[in-house]
Design a binder for this molecule. Structure first.
Ligand SMILES: [Zn+2]
Ligand SMILES: [Zn+2]
Length: 146
């Protein structure tokens, strides 16, 4: 009876230990594969880092600390998104009255009806404040008339 009891108690413990070991081994393999792929995208020596990653825990920690910060592709992508953002900022401004974002060629703020820029008297296109003539139809602007 005592033998059966000890077997019943030991079996789940064994299964749990084996399951934990399998999970840890799978995680270890996944981290090795991840390091290999990540090193390749970062122009790091992939073979070297894969060998380092084989050292459990210490390998992956070392890689995370020492890997190159960004790939060339990532860096250019970041530059591009920054450029795009600054362009969008130039394209869209904020209404001086209510602070809502407004498009570059808005004539009136759609939120508070503040007049944002002059329009051409003839073709009704939006004009920059320093323009003395409408570039679309050639009509002189109010600035020239003044
Ligand atoms: Zn407004
Ligand atoms: Zn015009």
């Amino acid at each position: 009876m005592g033998e059966i009891l000890s077997q019943v108690f030991v079996l789940p413990v064994r299964i749990a230990l084996i399951a934990t070991a399998i999970i840890l081994i799978l995680l270890w393999i996944v981290t090795i594969i991840w390091v290999n792929r990540d090193a390749k995208t970062r122009d790091a020596p992939a073979t070297f880092w894969t060998i380092v990653a084989i050292i459990p825990v210490a390998g992956i920690v070392a890689y995370c600390l020492l890997r190159p910060p960004l790939t060339n592709a990532d860096a250019t992508e970041q530059d591009m998104s920054l450029e795009l953002m600054s362009r969008q900022l130039a394209e869209y401004g904020n209404c001086p009255s209510c602070g809502q974002p407004v498009d570059k060629d808005y004539v009136v703020c759609p939120t508070c009806r503040t007049k944002l820029r002059n329009v051409c008297g003839r073709c009704k296109r939006p004009l920059e404040p320093h323009w003395v003539a409408c570039p679309y139809c050639g009509a002189p602007t109010a600035k020239q008339n003044r």
